[in-house]
Design a protein around this ligand. Structure first.
Ligand code: UTP
Length: 275
């Protein structure tokens, strides 16, 4: 079964400058927990306990977050403050963490290709941790929902959601045939199309399950939109040669890579999850 999950975290996070000038965007806290920890918790809950990060320069804080801080922990040992470390200690006890670097920001496809040495020849999950996904308490997280589908269909799966027309140009957008409620066999995909050229209002969000043939496909994919190697282009090739499914997940997704989405997520999590 799927055990590995890749976290591409090399991006510059320019929409969040100046906060992200020397701090990784993935370490921005939603209430009291960094974004990346929400994603890692979701992956571990889905059984994806081998976590691989594709990092870049200036991202050391992420590696430190998933490591012991002896001095701090010694200082608060035995005090009531220790409870604040509970969630990260749980994550560290249940996951293992590996790191590789993307030396040039050549796009999400390239970041994933850099993760190949951490994944090998097996299917794996991908989480873009600036997409924060929240599901109802007690129900499956988005990756858990997708792993269940993978067991049935054994092909790449992308999480999708309906987005309003004025937002469509920010996403990869799919077209496909609905094979059952909320599940589409993808026939077309376009990265960040103008609304009038979008094949539907179904947008890809930052959760994927990918079969390992994607690596060779990415290697043979030329840079696309913005001169970046687009995962969407590679997925379209995979969809045309075989099968890629689009899954309308159950839950809410917040774009925490944008200031508006981040503030909405913070308010939502504070009211509905944290309290
Ligand atoms: P984004 O475009 O949302 O992230 O990429 P960004 O580039 O950091 O943000 P802005 O647009 O400048 O504000 C989606 C995800 O892919 C990763 C990012 O870290 C983010 O998690 N990524 C993107 C890489 O790891 N490498 C890349 O070359 C591009």
């Amino acid at each position: 079964m799927i055990k590995k999950c890749l976290f591409p975290v090399a991006g510059y996070g320019t929409r969040f400058l100046p906060a992200t000038k020397s701090m990784p965007k993935e370490m921005l806290p939603v209430v009291n927990k960094p974004l990346v920890q929400y994603g890692v918790e979701e992956a571990i809950a889905a059984g994806l306990t081998d976590i691989g990060f594709v990092t870049g320069r200036g991202k050391r804080a992420i590696a430190d977050h998933f490591d012991v801080n002896y001095e701090l922990e010694h200082q608060i040992m035995g005090s009531t403050k220790e409870q604040y470390l509970e969630s990260i200690r749980g994550v560290m006890a249940n996951g293992s963490f590996s790191f590789t670097r993307q030396t040039e920001m050549r796009g999400l496809g390239d970041a994933i290709l850099n993760g190949r040495r951490l994944i090998g020849e097996e299917s794996f999950g991908v989480v873009l941790s600036d997409d924060l996904c929240v599901c109802e308490e007690g129900s499956d997280g988005v990756l858990t929902q997708m792993v269940k589908l993978y067991k049935q269909f054994r092909c790449s799966i992308v999480a999708i959601q309906e987005v309003p027309e004025d937002q469509i140009h920010k996403f990869g957008v799919i077209a496909g045939e609905q094979i059952k409620e909320g599940l589409f066999q993808i026939s077309n995909m376009v990265e960040k199309p103008p609304a009038e050229e979008a094949p539907s209002n179904l947008a890809i969000i930052g959760r994927y399950i990918l079969t390992p043939d994607i690596f060779d496909i990415i290697e043979n994919t030329s840079p696309g939109k913005n001169g970046e190697v687009q995962l969407t282009d590679a997925l379209l090739t995979q969809a045309k040669d075989g099968c890629v499914l689009g899954y309308k997940f159950k839950g809410r997704r917040f774009d925490c890579g944008s200031v508006d989405g981040f503030v909405t997520a913070t308010n939502y999590v504070y009211e509905n999850v944290y309290k």
